[in-house]
Design a binder for this molecule. Sequence first.
Ligand code: C5P
Length: 220
Amino acid sequence: MGMNTVSRQRVGEKIWTIVVAAGSGSRFGSPKQFSLINERRVVDWAVETARLASDGVVVVLPADQATREGGVVGGATRSASVRSGLAAVPNDATIICVHDAARPFASEFLFDEVIDAVCAGADGAVPGLPVVDTIKFVGENNVVVSTPNRRDLVAVQTPQAFRAKTLRQAHAHNPEGTDDSTLVENNGFRVVVVNGDPLNRKITTPEDLNWARTISRGEV
Ligand code: C5P
């Protein structure tokens, strides 16, 4: 989308991003967001792009780091950490993005895509990638319950953008979800999917970190 289109659509919008970085990295073995990729911490990659793409950024961090780094203290779950961030976003923000610190390679373009979708009228917008595996619902004793049609599925990423009042309303009664779109959908709002980016991979395992280090050296 050209600059003129973006600036015309965005007149009067105030865009803030919450970067959630308060996880303990239980699957990774340590807080993965503080590992280094090419001399910069995973979280710093994410925050740098968030700053380019928004008018303001709130970084949500573990208690022992928040004060030192000028962030806010996170909660016990991802959703609680988002709420800590929301409390620090100014009331005049009109669009709020939520981004996982664990995704260092989200592009400014991807932020623009989700933000523009909200400017164009959606309540929320999330990046999604086609699913290559067949996905099963599995019940008790590992018995398959059903198989959704793969053509109807996408794997979603962050950044996720929302109308500010919609996101605040969706979080009002302290719900839990693995992303924010879930909470917004559950309130009956309309969330649209934009094209995700395979490079915007979430750093979850040591292999993911090795991959990210290789990518950042330009070896892939
Ligand atoms: O655990 P998961 O990979 O879903 O975490 C996604 C993001 O949420 C990570 O960037 C993590 O640091 C953050 N998080 C958080 N507070 C928590 C749990 C996760 O900020 N209590």
